[in-house]
Design a protein around this ligand. Sequence first.
Ligand code: ZN
Length: 389
Amino acid sequence: MAYAQLNDFLTRARNASRTDGNTFNERTSSLRALIGLLRQTPNVGAAQIAAEITRIPANKQTIYRDALDSLRTNYPGLAALTGGGRPAVSSPAPGAMLQDIASAAAARVQDRTLQARLRSAYLTRKVAQRMRDRDPGTGQYNGSFTDYAPWGVKMKFEESRTVLTVAVPIRYRAKPGDADGHAPTQLERETWAHTIRSAWNGAQFQVSASGVTRTLDVQFTVEFIDWGSSLGTDAYEVDVVNIPIERALLERGRARGIVTDAQPLQNQNWRVRAELATETLDGSSLGTPHLGQWGIHDRQAIVHEFGHAIGNPDEYDCVRFTVGTTATDCTGSAIYDQAPFTTSSVMNDTRAGTVRKRHYSLIADLYKVFYTAQNGGVTATVTVKGVPD
Ligand SMILES: [Zn+2]
């Protein structure tokens, strides 16, 4: 576990203890076995940490909830085991949560071999961002910020002479507790993958190492992984909904005053329907309002959301982002701290934004890690080509 994350956990534990009127002592605390595991080098697995958390008495679970939640978010792989990785609304009752952890840990043991293979092949990072809040009615900045829960970026490289294949797993499920929740069929998943590849394939990496320069076409495969499989550990996660296109057209038509009781949708001509479909059907009306939820009919916003899955923060309203343990303040930046839909960048405008060189930055960084591991410690430089600056 990274030093900063361990410190964050310990600080929260100390604060909780102080609130409770006690002095926190690492040697005698009910958390001491857990802290011992966290301090171990090399890091122990998420399942072992999850198991140790279950041994902490229920009343201490309550006292140290903030510290434990931070651990669940930050410890690699633990968020997936405990169902974390998305905005924390409220914590479930400790009993139910521990049951979930125990069954998730048991399920993981069954495909341990496959898991071990994937762990060694995939590279992962956590990405998080802080955004300006806007008033939903006026769209005006309201003076406050929100830190969103980190999301997982996971990818695997395969290289031939001229092609670099980047495989990105995406863990999916029908959105729980939502009448529109829908488990996407294979055809729907393939349609998403096709849309994503159409938008993101086309860049090249110019790779220089040991005096030799090669050019690789960067091509994506999108691996949709069922939520129940532990293979999705650390991967980007989406809840899936099915918003029928007819309903989306109807809602948009009503919002714009074109469709009324006197002028129902079925009486509208093709011109009006086409306009509603092409000009106003943004991601949110089709069920993709943010990176953690995708609509099966959406062909626009998911291209932007995939940009998150490969490590890009939003370029609108984003004032700070963190990749792994590196935080970047971007208040007042010419790229990041912008109003939505104002620049032609896929990370600013979900409808028509351009894919740009900077959007391949984390892939290039992780590829360099991969390259060095594959080539006995030799380092490479990577220049992105084939897409605009
Ligand atoms: Zn976004």
